[in-house]
Write a new protein. Sequence first.
Length: 198
Amino acid sequence: MFRSAPAASDGAAVLRHLLTRVVQRDRDAFERLYRATSAHLFSIALRVMRDDARAGEVLQDAYVSIWQRADSYRSDVASPMTWMINIVRNRAIDALRAGRRERDCTVELDDHALHVAAEASGDPQALLELSLTKARIDRCMLVLSAAQRQSLALAYYRGLAQTEIADVLDAPLGTVKSRLRGGLDQLRSCLSVSPRQA
């Protein structure tokens, strides 16, 4: 005979209870919390990282953080699962940024050197304009809110669909669409200003 799945509020109550015990450093409660949530949280990490090994590392870091910061959970602000999803999502985004910085310091220099060498025989003026355009785009990205930058990065650098971005950021689809549209409008406006006016 199959039991019906517990109501979401029952599941949240169990997770709240386990988190309360984790605050008291109850390892058994932490293990139960892990078993109850790890599959879902891994899927969140995997959506962002798109690599099983890196998603596993993110999940491990997230659970260390959950163990260390369980006392910061506030039931009046979010459900336990939402709180843990935010930790996983933030760890994944941090890992992407760290990986991007590491690649930027190694691979991008080589790619840039090859690109410059390939174009060195070309028009130096075109090379200068390309460099100035990149600098303008970087500057215009700073005008956007962090939420807009994050949404645009997930859409254009990670290739995620709007529904996937909503899942990763644990945000309503309408909010994600609004952030993307507003971010693109602001970028377009910023880039349309003459470089001399900026």
